[in-house]
Each structure stands twice: as C-alpha cells, then as structure tokens.
Design a protein around this ligand. Structure first.
Ligand SMILES: [Zn+2]
Length: 465
C-alpha cells in the first residue's frame, strides 16, 4: 500500500468485521486443502534465478491442470533462455470474443536461508500468517489461479469468452519470458494481473481500501558520460575536469522538476485518498483532484517523496563512476539517472529534457539496456471495475475500490505496450509494508488463501460467462 491510503483509515473502520469467523471454516474446503498442499510444493521449488526450477514448476502446474481435465493441447510450456513461460487455455464457446489474459509469474526473488528465521523454501503457518519465499510475491496467487481453473474445469464451467494463463518465468529479472508471452498473446480483450493492485488493512487488520492498478510508470535508466584528455593531477584544469563537469550536470538535474501531470487514474486515487484524510496534504489532494491546474496544490503533493511520483515524471541519480587513478586527472566520469516516467510520455522526450537541463553538449546521454518499454495507462473499463468491486464487496461490503498508478513495473508493461488494457487485481489484503516481499521472512495473512480461491472463482465466472 502507498501511504496515500493511510488517510482512508477513518472512513472505513466500520467495514471489516466479517473476517475472522469465516476464515477457519473456509480453510476446511476441498479447494483450500488442495491449494494449501500445492502451495507447500510450490514454495519448496526454488524458482530463483540460476537454479533452473521454473520449468519444473511449470511442469508441476501443467500436470495438476491435466489431472483436472485440461487437454495437453490446452497447455504450453515455452522455454525462454534459462527459464520458461506457461500458457494455459480455458476455451470459450464464442470464437468472436477475444480472450481474457491472466498474468502471474512463477519465479521468485533469491533468498538465503542463513538470513531467514525459518527455511524460506518451506511453507510455515504461524500466528495467522504463512511464511516462505513467494507466499506474497506471488506463488499464493499462482496456485489460487491454477486451483480455480481446475475447479472450473471439474465443475464443467463453459464460458463464452476464453481465458488464457500467461505465466512468466523471470518477472523479477530479465522479463524475457514476458516479452515472449506478450508477442504471442496480445490479441486479447484485456489482462488481469495477480501481481499488482490489492487491498490494504490498517494496523488492526481492518480493510481501508482496495486498489485496481490501472497504470504503471515507465522505467528507464540513462547513462551520462563525460570524457576528457586527463593528465597529471599536479596540473589541474577544473573547467575540463570530467568529474567536475559531471557534478555540474547532476546539480542541474537535481534542481529540475518535470512538469506536473495527471490522468483519470491519478485524479481518482488522489481524490479517494484526500477524501479520507486530514491536513494540508489531504487538502491539496482534494483540490488537485478537483482542479489539476491548481499549481499550489500540486506543489504540496510534489513536496512529499511518497507522492511526487503521482503528479510528475521523476529522474534521480542512482549510481556514479569516475577516474582511473588517484594521481591522474579523470578521463571519464559516468552517472546513472533512473527515471519513472508518467504514462503517455515518450522515453525520448524525457531524454531530450535531460539534455536541455544539463545544457552541456559534451555530456552524452545513452539509454541503458534492456530497452525501456513505454506503458500507456489502461482505461477504467466498467465491466472490470464492477466485477472486481462486486467480488471485493462479498468479503468487505461497501469498501472503497479506487484506481491506482504504481511507480514500479510488472509484467503488465509489456502487454500495455502491445495494446492490451491491463489491470492489477490481486485479491490479497495486507497491512502496509507487512509482507516483506523481496525481503527477509516474507509472509502473507493465511486468510488470503481461501479468500483468493473464492475471489478468482467468482471473478472469472463473472467476466468470462
Ligand atoms: Zn511480483
């Protein structure tokens, strides 16, 4: 959860009481029992970079799906470099309808058992939490989606619109498998991403808000390079010194702010956050949501590091390198500038702005590999918003469902780039910074598993029937 939603606390305290009692009962269903045993197997498979376990995991999922009635021809394991992608078709009866894509990733971030309290590759349940690498990011939902497909197949559910799993195998690293999936599967109605969006709980475990992630900022790294003749350090010539000239360029970037921007998505989520909070920031959010030309309000929002990303493109120096010997004038100095680009702004435009701001033609600016992907925001389709809201309200009646834009990137960026509207609609509810995804002792509330099964079952039936 971004702190944007902290303000929603007060507005939704009354909205979350139906949780505890049901969870235990839900855990006893055949679906949940099956899912928990599959999750145990999934966590044990070390699908981290360099261990070649993703193809094994894909095979495991494929075998489970076949055992539930999927034909071999419905399932494809696609080898990609050191990993694999998995595509699974749930055929629809109306061939004129484009399919719904269901996105997830099978790989996880590395974990060193020596640093963890428990074995990261052994699923453990303690005090209402599940622990293990990938329980939050994102094997619980890989399994919940798989078990839901199995359940629907066993129930002989016959949708009119087809659904396709597009499970990648290196979302956390090179995303080569995602590129491959987007190349093969971009003629689709829309994509639901289980790796973004989701619900926020307050510190008491009560729901605050549910976010549908409908946009991601584009990610790009630019390398600034300055060279000079160099020479003996006893003969300094500051105007020509590569390090000094780089420092000047960085100064210019540090004091530059990209223009204020807004979208239907950012205005809606700022409005929701502002409506549920007090203080100058909440005031500014409400004013900006009401009038995006309100420069004073925009300035208040932009002054907060947690929110500046919601109202403009940001670029920041993240790495530096220069010089080759202690007693020699530097011949080369470089710096990396990491940019999070507002959807709809071309990467080239940001590069041109940086060149203008640096105002030193001897500074070369190059785009760092892999080539950045422009990711346009997705329109707020009412069928998706209504279906997700209806499912969220089966657990938390009346809870606020708002759109959101995240600064980080997911597999959605390749599909958005290929023209597929994409929505982060993870069923997971968690407290702020409480899952430790990518970190030590990753965990997720145990109640998320039975809920995810109900959520996906209802959502997929609603959207594909
Ligand atoms: Zn993830």
């Amino acid at each position: 959860m971004t702190s944007m939603h902290r303000g929603l606390l007060m507005g939704s305290l009354a909205m979350a009481l139906a949780v505890t009692a049901a969870t235990a009962a839900d855990r006893a269903t055949p679906a949940t029992t099956e899912a928990m045993s599959m999750l145990k197997d999934a966590i044990a498979l070390q699908t981290v970079e360099g261990k070649n376990q993703v193809p094994v995991f894909a095979r495991y999922l494929a075998d489970k799906l076949e055992s539930a009635g999927f034909a071999k021809s419905d399932i494809e394991i696609i080898p990609v470099e050191q990993t694999a992608a998995l595509a699974v078709h749930y055929r629809g009866s109306d061939a004129t309808k484009k399919p719904i894509l269901l996105s997830a990733h099978m790989d996880v971030v590395a974990a060193n058992p020596a640093d963890w309290t428990r074995d990261p590759f052994k699923l453990v349940e303690e005090n209402g939490y599940l622990y293990g690498r990938g329980v939050a990011d994102m094997k619980s939902n890989v399994i919940a989606l798989t078990q839901t497909f199995m359940r629907l197949k066993r129930e002989k559910f016959a949708p009119s619109r087809g659904m396709i799993f597009v499970f990648s195998g290196d979302e956390e690293t090179a995303m080569a498998s995602t590129r491959e999936l987007a190349k093969r599967y971009h003629d689709a109605e829309f994509l639901l991403n289980a790796d973004a969006g989701g619900g926020t709980l307050d510190e008491h475990g009560k729901p605050i808000v549910y976010e549908i992630q409908a946009a991601e900022k584009s990610y790009a790294d630019f390398l600034l390079t300055i060279t000079s003749a160099g020479g003996h350090s006893s003969e300094p010539d500051p105007p020509k010194n590569a390090i000094y000239r780089l420092a000047k360029a960085l100064e210019h970037i540090a004091s530059y702010s990209f223009p204020i921007q807004h979208s239907e998505i950012t205005l809606a989520s700022l409005k929701a956050a502002g409506a549920h909070d007090k203080g100058p920031l909440a005031d500014a959010m409400r004013k900006f949501a009401n009038d995006p030309n309100d420069t004073a309000a925009a300035a208040v929002i932009a002054a907060d590091p947690a929110y500046v990303g919601q109202v403009r493109t940001t670029c920041v120096a993240t790495m530096l390198n220069g010089g080759h010997a202690l007693n020699a004038l530097p011949q080369r100095a470089t710096a990396n500038i990491n940019c999070r680009i507002f959807p709809g702004t071309p990467i080239a435009e940001v590069q041109a702005s940086l060149a203008k701001v640096i105002a030193d033609p001897s500074v070369t600016i190059t785009v760092q590999p892999p080539p950045p992907v422009e990711s346009p925001a997705s329109p707020l389709r009412s069928d998706v918003v209504d279906a997700v809201s209806a499912m969220v309200h089966t657990r938390y009646p009346g809870l606020e469902v708002v759109p959101g834009m995240s600064a980080g990137a997911t597999d959605s960026m390749f599909f958005r780039n290929a023209g597929v509207p994409s929505y982060g609609v993870s069923p997971d509810f968690a407290k702020t910074n409480d899952t430790f995804a990518h970190g030590l002792n990753e965990r997720t509330p145990a109640a998320n598993v039975p809920w995810a099964l109900e959520y996906w079952h209802g959502l997929l039936m609603r959207l594909s029937k």
